[in-house]
Design a protein around this ligand. Structure first.
Ligand code: CA
Length: 454
């Protein structure tokens, strides 16, 4: 190394003697009688000679090499797997974490693949169904008295003008409500199978104050008493600390226009948007408790109360939108249900049959659907359906759990949250509709169910 530095300095001096003016050679005889020559070069910047810089740079390189060697030694010591060393433990922990993450990703991947397959299957089903409906529509365009099928498209204006009978039939068809058309399209009111489709939301009313940001509204599918009917509309604004007011409207028209025919003040406050009305009783969860209350709407008194064993409440196991939706009560063709979770179920949805009179818990099912991953849920024909998102304008009903088989399946029935904040979703089997409270807006959806037994 010294030799290299010396050579570089010599090279530097040689270059300078050639390039710069003012160099001189001085000769003299020293006291020992020997000739002594001095070669002098005038330099404007003595420090520009690079010899010193190279040395300092080399020193820097050497110190960095030393540091690197130390680091490599530490790494090698860690890689040797010294079980007692902290480095070894860290490596093991990191490996376990990465392996865990990889396994989770593999599980998610398998689940998503299954969902994609299910989506493809349902798409094919719907295509087949559309083809079948198209075929039926063509069959209905037979000319009166004729045996031949008219295969011209129904939108053909020439055909419309030439055939008065067809125009008449078309006029009749357009007057039939959409829901009836659905039932006539190969399905009837006794069908109680899988959910096939959900229609577009129909707006009935918009709340005019902040207390109507979210709430619950519905109609009784099976009223018993003399005072109220299937047309009566019930509404509770669920924003506030002490929710006790229950509004009753004579029918949907009155509900849309404004003023209620009656305001019932409940003796005990309720929590969440999971209340329901069935057989002339309001069923609800008492505030800050797992107590269920049956309030008789005819006698206007508490008819029964019961604890829902182990049920989370007051924000312990809500739906993804929150709002103390721990206990969601639901009614379908098979009766009264509670949708909730417990610490034993670790946040997964539990479904229980409830006795409508005593509120006693009958059979229960524990699903594998985590309650806080879905926006809301409802029961229809003994099946639980969950909604994927409460904010996405275009979302899906994403799971079905059939209490008859105890099996959960992924589904993908399109659903629209037109106002992007859906806080309540409930099914009414008498009207074959879903009721929702979507960001101040009270809406219904027509539903179509496949064939199956009640
Ligand atoms: Ca619900």
């Amino acid at each position: 190394m010294r030799l290299q530095v010396s050579l570089l300095c010599l090279f530097c001096l040689t270059m300078r003697s050639q390039a710069e003016d003012g160099a001189s050679l001085h000769g003299s005889i020293n006291p020992a009688g020997r000739c002594h020559y001095t070669f002098t070069v005038a330099s404007p910047q003595e420090s520009s000679c690079p010899g010193g810089d190279i040395k300092s740079e080399m020193d820097g390189v050497l110190s960095r090499l030393t540091l690197l060697e130390a680091l490599v030694s530490q790494l090698l010591a860690g890689a040797d797997g010294g079980t007692g060393s902290k480095g070894g433990e860290d490596v093991q922990k990191a490996t376990a974490h990465v392996t865990g993450e990889r396994n989770k990703l593999q599980q998610d991947n398998a689940y998503l693949t299954q969902q994609v397959r299910e989506l493809q299957r349902r798409l094919e089903e719907q295509n087949r169904e559309a083809e079948s409906l198209k075929q039926k529509s063509c069959e209905q365009t037979q000319l009166p008295g004729g045996s031949q099928r008219d295969t011209r498209p129904v939108s053909d204006p020439v055909h419309d003008l030439a055939n008065g009978s067809y125009q008449e039939m078309k006029a009749e068809v357009t007057e039939v409500p959409a829901s009836q058309l659905i039932l006539d399209g190969g399905h009837n009111a006794t069908d109680c199978g899988d959910l096939l489709s959900v229609g577009d939301p129909v707006l009935h009313r918009k709340a005019d104050s902040i207390t109507g940001k979210y709430g619950v509204w519905l109609q009784d599918p099976e009223p018993r008493g003399p005072h109220y009917t299937k047309k009566t509309v019930w509404r509770i604004d669920a924003v506030g600390k002490d929710i006790r007011q229950l509004f009753a409207y004579e029918d949907l028209d009155q509900f849309s226009r404004g003023f209620p025919m009656k305001v019932v003040v409940l003796p005990e406050p309720l929590e969440s948007t999971g209340a329901t009305v069935y057989r002339s009783s309001l069923y609800y969860q008492r505030k800050r408790s797992r107590t269920l209350i049956r309030y008789d709407l005819d006698s206007e008194s508490v008819a029964s109360r019961s604890e829902l064993p182990g049920a989370g409440f007051h924000g312990q196991y809500p739906y993804s939108w929150g709002g103390y939706t721990d206990i969601d009560l639901a009614v379908d063709e098979q009766g009264l249900w509670a949708i909730y979770s417990t610490s034993e179920a670790n946040g997964a949805i539990v479904i229980s049959r409830l006795d409508p009179d005593s509120l006693a818990v009958g059979k229960s099912w524990e699903t594998t659907i985590r309650k806080n991953t879905v926006a809301n849920a409802f029961m229809a024909c003994g099946r639980l359906y969950t909604l994927a998102s409460y904010t996405a304008a275009n979302t899906v009903v994403n799971h079905v759990f059939d209490t008859a088989t105890g099996v959960r399946r992924p589904v993908a029935v399109p659903f629209r949250n037109r106002y992007k904040y859906n806080s309540m979703l409930d099914y009414n089997y008498a009207h074959r509709k879903l009721y929702a409270w979507d960001n101040f807006h009270m809406v219904t959806y027509d539903v179509r169910l496949g064939p199956g037994s009640r």
